[in-house]
Structure formats: structure tokens, C-alpha cells
Write a protein that binds this ligand. Structure first.
Ligand SMILES: Cc1cc2nc3c(=O)[nH]c(=O)nc-3n(C[C@H](O)[C@H](O)[C@H](O)COP(=O)(O)OP(=O)(O)OC[C@H]3O[C@@H](n4cnc5c(N)ncnc54)[C@H](O)[C@@H]3O)c2cc1C
Length: 277
């Protein structure tokens, strides 16, 4: 049960959503944009958030697009992870989506909600970081389109009242050879010890990680180390580990030492897989 009352709005246009946010914010109602609701409901039940109003984005047509337009794949922020893997327009993203939660939860969880969430993992962002995705963002100043690298640094950083409308991916990325590994402590559902998503592009490997540190990331230094063909693989991996952007995560899924062990193995798996493709 959610132990407080809140108002629920479901605008049908981008402008209505932005105006509503502004209005509710000015009234001190601490509004939240709402997509699948899985995280909002979990946190609200635990009383760790108390929005006075939620603005459901799912009735906005632009947020539900899933289409190829010219040389770009457009994915609306409210497309669910199960719809994404079913349609399979971008196989690496489908694999990442399939690894999140279970089917029932994936029927609700949206791409935009997963990227914007507060949990460490946000695994659907990894293919977007690798593919230099662009984010279509709505706010009081209208619509802006920007590189994911401008707005996702450890977490999504939007101005107050902004929301993600769509994600754009260049066609060139969607059929590249890829590898995807999600390693959990136990079973086939649950948070990762290590998730590694990788492409091979122009004979080089490009990697992104979740579960390793307290945020998902892609690192040019790690990729440089892994691609250094003058060194044996074990030495490349040792060098890569030295470039982690933050301490290894220490939680119920695994200790830092265990994560490092699993990470090294997963890096080796990814390199071997992509060398064969
Ligand atoms: C059982 C279970 C297991 C899970 N396991 C994993 C896992 O292993 N890996 C993983 O990555 N995730 C996992 N998740 C998913 C994750 O924890 C979140 O619940 C989910 O990603 C939130 O998506 P949502 O669409 O429901 O977002 P919501 O709950 O609607 O919103 C989440 C946050 O994002 C904001 N938001 C939503 N949409 C937008 C938008 N378009 N623009 C800007 N802000 C927005 C909201 O304001 C809110 O702050 C799991 C979830 C469950 C229930």
C-alpha cells in the first residue's frame, strides 16, 4: 500500500505534460513523471519518495513510437522492455532488455524509466552509450536533441521539469557484431554482479558496464587497454581494471573482490566472443 495520497494526471501531448509539471511544481506538489511506475510504486510503498502528483507519459504518442525513420531508429521513452525485445529493432538493446527483471515486470518497465531510475544498474542504457544514442528531451524551452553522453554521466542529468521523449540510434550501429553477458550471483532473474555489453566496430571492441561500480558506464581508457594488441589478453584485462571509474560495488550481490574476479572473466569472454565474429 502507498501510505499517502497523490494526484494522477495523464496528458496526451508533450506540451500538456510540461505545463502540468510547471504548474504542479509551482503549487509545491513535487510532481514526478511516471512511466512504467515500477520504481515509483516500490519507493512510494517504502515511503522513500512522497510525490504529491504524478504525470503519466504513456498517453503521449511521441513517447510510444518504435520506427525506423530514414537512417535512424526512433524509440519512444514509454516503449516497454518487453515490446522492445519482441520487435527486436536493435538486437543488442533487446538482449539488454531481456536481462532486466522478469517478463511481468518487463511488460511495465519502459526504456525511459529504466534509464532515468535511481537503482545502480539501469542496464538498458549500456547499448545506448555504445551506440552514441541521441536523446530527444522536452522541457519548458521546447524540444532539444542531444548526445546521451551530454546528459548521462553516472546518471541521467536533466533540468527540472524535463523528460525524455525518445531515443535515436543511427542505423549503422544496430546490426554490428555484439556480445552481451549478465552474470548474477544466482539464478536467471535479479540484479547483476557484472553486466558487460560490447560491440565490434572497425576491428576494435567497445564495451560498457553495469553492476561493476555504483553506476553504468563506458570508458575510453578501458577500451584502449582491451584493444592493445601488443599485450597478451590477461595483461590487457589487468590494465583495463586499473581504469575503473569508481570503486567496485560492494553489496548483497557480491563483494568487490568477487566482482573483480567475475569482471575479469567476463571481459575475457567478451573479447573471445567478438574475436570470433
Ligand atoms: C523485480 C524487479 C527486478 C528488476 N531488476 C532489474 C535489473 O536487474 N536491472 C535493471 O536495470 N533494472 C531492473 N529493474 C527495473 C528498475 O529497478 C526500475 O523499476 C525500472 O527501470 C523503472 O522503470 P519504469 O518505467 O517502471 O519507471 P518509473 O517507475 O515510472 O520511473 C522511474 C523514474 O524515472 C523517471 N522517469 C520515468 N520516465 C521518464 C522519462 N521519460 N523521462 C524522464 N524521467 C522519467 C520517474 O520520474 C522516476 O523518477 C527491476 C525491477 C523490478 C520490479
Amino acid at each position: 500500500m502507498i501510505p499517502f495520497d497523490f494526484e494522477y494526471y495523464h496528458p496526451s501531448t508533450i506540451q500538456m505534460a510540461v505545463d502540468l509539471y510547471q504548474h504542479l511544481h509551482e503549487q509545491g506538489k513535487r510532481p514526478l513523471y511516471y512511466a512504467g511506475g515500477t520504481e515509483i510504486i516500490t519507493f512510494a510503498r517504502a515511503n522513500s519518495i512522497q510525490p504529491g502528483a504524478v504525470i503519466d507519459l504513456k498517453s503521449i504518442p511521441e513517447c510510444n513510437v518504435l520506427a525506423m525513420q530514414k537512417d535512424m531508429l526512433i524509440i519512444g521513452a514509454c516503449v516497454t522492455l518487453s515490446a522492445l525485445s519482441e520487435a527486436n529493432p536493435f538486437p543488442l538493446l533487446s538482449r539488454a532488455a531481456q536481462g532486466v527483471a522478469d517478463q511481468t515486470a518487463r511488460n511495465k518497465i519502459t526504456l525511459g524509466g529504466n534509464i532515468s531510475g535511481r537503482i545502480h544498474y539501469r542496464e538498458a542504457v549500456l547499448p545506448l552509450l555504445l551506440a552514441n544514442g541521441r536523446m530527444v528531451i522536452a522541457g519548458t524551452h521546447g524540444i532539444r536533441v542531444t548526445s546521451i553522453h551530454q546528459v548521462f554521466n553516472q546518471e541521467l542529468r536533466l533540468a527540472g521539469g524535463e523528460f525524455i521523449v525518445q531515443v535515436q540510434i543511427d542505423r549503422d550501429y544496430i546490426s554490428l557484431p555484439f556480445a552481451y553477458f549478465k552474470k548474477r550471483e544466482i539464478g536467471h532473474v535479479g540484479y547483476p554482479l557484472v553486466t558487460l555489453a560490447a560491440f565490434r566496430i572497425n576491428h576494435e571492441i567497445r564495451t560498457a558496464y553495469s553492476g561493476v561500480c555504483a553506476f553504468p558506464f563506458r570508458s575510453a581508457e578501458i577500451d584502449e587497454a582491451l584493444n592493445d594488441s601488443s599485450l597478451p589478453l590477461a595483461a590487457r584485462i589487468e590494465l583495463a581494471i586499473g581504469h575503473l571509474p569508481a570503486p567496485l560495488l560492494d553489496n548483497v550481490e557480491g563483494s568487490p573482490a568477487y566482482r573483480e574476479f567475475v569482471l575479469k572473466q567476463t571481459m575475457a569472454d567478451a573479447v573471445h566472443t567478438l574475436e570470433r565474429r
